[in-house]
Ligand binder design. Structure first.
Ligand code: IPE
Ligand code: IPE
Ligand code: MG
Length: 265
C-alpha cells in the first residue's frame, strides 16, 4: 500500500480492489490478530520523523480491514497502543493519542458502510478520555453490524487483562457469586475485555520482530504465528491474503497426533 504521508488516502472497498486468490474462498481463519509494528523505523529509514510512519499506517490498516472483510474473517484484533507504549516520548504518546482519535472519527462511517463492528479492548487508567469517548462512539455506531468484528486494542496489555479478570473473579468469589472450585477456562474467558472472544487462529507481526509483546496471551495460546519482513505501512490486503494462504497450508494439531504409518487407531 503506498500512501502520501499526511494525506487522507481513500482505499478500495472490500471486493473493489485487487483480486483475492480463489483458494482463500471459504478458508479464512476465524480470528486474526495483527501486531502493527515497524512504523517508526519505516519513517526513519526515509529520513522522516517516526510520526509520519504512524500516519502512513492508517491507509495500510484500512486496506487490511477491507481484505479481511472480503475474505470473510470474523474477528480482526489490531494492536494499536500497548500498556508499555507509555514509555515513549511524551511527544510520540501525544501524537498517537490524537491520531487514534482522528482516525476513528474519520474512518468510522466507511467502516460502518462495510458492515464492520468495532470493539475496544484495553483499560481505562491513563488512556485519554477523548480517545475512550471516540472508541465508545464507534462501538455504538456499529453495534448492530454483522460482518467483521474489528477489535481495536488501545491501552491493551495481555498480563493486565488477566490481572483485571482475576480481580473481578476474586471479588465474585468473595461475594459468593463464583464458586472457586468451579472456575474453568470459560470463567476466565468470560471476564476478559471482550467476553468469550474466539481464540486467535493466526497471529501476524510485521517488521521482522519475532515476539508477541504482551498481545493476547490467553486468546493466542494456540495461534499459528507469521512474522513478516514488511514494515506495517508496506503491509496491505495482498500481503494479508498471502499470509492467509501460508496459514491454510499449516498443519494444526492442537496436541493431537496421527501415526502416518498406521493411520488413526
Ligand atoms: C508500531 O510501530 C506502532 C505502535 C507501537 C504504536 P512502532 O512505533 O513500534 O515502530 P518501530 O517498531 O519503532 O519501527
Ligand atoms: C507492540 O509494538 C505494540 C504495538 C504494535 C501497539 P512495540 O514496538 O511497542 O513492541 P516492542 O517494544 O518492539 O516489543
Ligand atoms: Mg515497534
Amino acid at each position: 500500500m503506498t500512501s502520501v504521508v499526511g494525506d487522507y488516502v481513500q482505499v478500495a472497498a472490500p471486493g473493489a480492489g485487487p483480486r483475492m486468490p480463489d483458494s482463500l474462498k471459504g478458508k479464512a481463519p476465524n480470528h486474526i490478530a495483527l501486531i502493527m509494528d515497524g512504523n517508526g523505523r519505516w519513517a526513519n529509514e526515509r529520513g522522516l520523523p517516526r510520526t509520519h510512519g504512524h500516519q502512513a499506517g492508517e491507509a495500510a490498516l484500512m486496506d487490511i480491514i477491507a481484505g479481511a472483510v472480503q475474505a470473510g474473517v470474523q474477528y480482526l484484533s489490531v494492536y494499536a497502543f500497548s500498556t508499555e507504549n507509555w514509555k515513549r516520548s511524551p511527544q510520540e504518546v501525544r501524537f498517537l493519542m490524537g491520531y487514534s482519535r482522528q482516525v476513528l472519527r474519520r474512518r468510522r462511517d466507511e467502516l460502518n458502510s462495510w458492515n464492520v463492528r468495532i470493539h475496544w479492548a484495553g483499560r481505562r487508567p491513563r488512556l485519554w478520555s477523548s480517545v475512550i469517548k471516540e472508541l465508545q462512539q464507534a462501538e455504538e455506531l456499529t453495534k448492530n453490524n454483522t460482518g467483521l468484528n474489528l477489535v481495536m486494542c488501545v491501552n491493551y496489555g495481555g498480563r493486565t487483562e488477566l490481572v483485571d479478570a482475576i480481580k473481578t473473579i476474586a471479588a465474585g468469589a468473595k461475594e459468593g457469586r463464583i464458586n472457586p472450585g468451579r472456575i474453568t477456562e470459560a470463567t476466565v474467558s468470560k471476564h476478559l475485555y471482550i467476553p468469550h472472544m474466539p481464540d486467535v487462529d493466526l497471529l501476524i507481526r510485521t517488521s521482522g520482530e519475532q515476539r508477541t509483546s504482551n498481545f493476547l496471551p490467553w486468546q493466542a495460546a494456540y495461534a499459528e504465528m507469521i512474522f513478516t519482513p514488511e514494515a506495517f505501512p508496506e503491509y496491505d490486503r495482498t500481503t494479508l491474503w498471502r499470509d492467509m494462504e501460508i496459514f491454510a497450508s499449516r498443519d494444526r494439531r492442537f496436541g493431537g497426533a496421527v501415526d502416518q504409518a498406521t493411520g488413526p487407531l
